[in-house]
Ligand binder design. Structure first.
Ligand SMILES: NC(=O)c1ccc[n+]([C@@H]2O[C@H](COP(=O)([O-])OP(=O)(O)OC[C@H]3O[C@@H](n4cnc5c(N)ncnc54)[C@H](OP(=O)(O)O)[C@@H]3O)[C@@H](O)[C@H]2O)c1
Length: 230
């Protein structure tokens, strides 16, 4: 008898681009069922097929974004930055009662500068209302890094912001399952700083001719991060 508890389903809204498939691959590899969301069903299904081929097993399906959000336990928003607000407006009903992870970093790769407050995740929370628990995460993790060496841990820390600490804990667990160290870093307003770190990392990459600059939090011992003080 298989006594394993089935893992929760993760929808990647706007999952047909660069960042979404990277996250999807890592969670699929860790055993999570994935729903790729898109504005177009066929595009979602095509990306899901590509991911399954890369994985060598069936982990991903494709749906339109709103159906993906309704079906999944968690949703992760990875639409292009310019579509952040309109996409959320269209998904407001579908996301009620759920956790939404917002990976938006409002930074232009060609001219990296820190974005102004409010954070993208604060904007998302205001727009979606209190019925959706918004968590900001993964803004500093580049797509190309996620897609490599799926079974191995990434040499990066992920800062998790949420007003709801219990929601943050769930996403810390998901980040760890995807091979990243993750730490609670305060409420949604702090996420604007995390978006700004993306600007720093792009600048470091450009200056040193690399693509892999990332962040690490020091001074934490394992036991402290396991139990997030409320
Ligand atoms: N790329 C990275 O390395 C990276 C790293 C960290 C964080 N991020 C963040 O992740 C998010 C996605 O970045 P990306 O590079 O993956 O973006 P992207 O590849 O340019 O676009 C992602 C998806 O956005 C959807 N989209 C485009 N226009 C839309 C619209 N008007 N309404 C709704 N959806 C629309 C498209 O999906 P459909 O056409 O299928 O609907 C597209 O595949 C951004 O917020 C970015 O800041 C990216």
């Amino acid at each position: 008898m298989n006594t394993q508890i089935p893992k929760q389903t993760i929808a990647i809204l706007g999952g047909t681009g660069k960042e979404g498939p990277g996250l999807a691959l890592r969670w699929a590899y860790a055993g999570y069922p994935i729903i790729i969301g898109s504005r177009q069903l066929e595009k979602a299904q095509a990306t899901a097929k590509e991911l399954n081929e890369r994985l060598g097993f069936e982990a991903a399906t494709g749906l339109e974004n709103a159906d993906a959000a309704r079906t999944a336990d968690f949703s992760v928003l990875t639409v292009v930055q310019s579509a952040h607000q309109p996409a959320l407006e269209g998904l407001k009903d579908a996301l009620q009662g759920k956790i939404l992870v917002d990976a938006t970093a409002r930074v232009d790769f060609r001219d990296p500068k820190p974005p102004a407050p409010p954070s993208a995740a604060r904007t998302a929370q205001d727009l979606l209302g209190p019925g959706v628990r918004v968590v900001a995460a993964f803004q500093n993790v580049p797509a190309h890094v996620l897609k490599k060496n799926l079974g191995q841990s990434l040499d990066t820390d992920v800062l998790i912001n949420a007003d709801d600490v219990e929601a943050a804990k769930e996403i810390i667990h998901l980040a760890e399952a995807a091979g990243m160290r993750a730490y609670y870093a305060g409420g949604l307003d702090n996420a604007v700083v995390v978006e700004g770190i993306t600007s720093l990392l792009i600048s470091i990459n450009k200056h040193y001719g690399i693509k892999t600059a990332s962040i690490q939090v020091t001074g934490l011992v394992e036991v402290e991060k396991k139990e997030i003080p409320v």
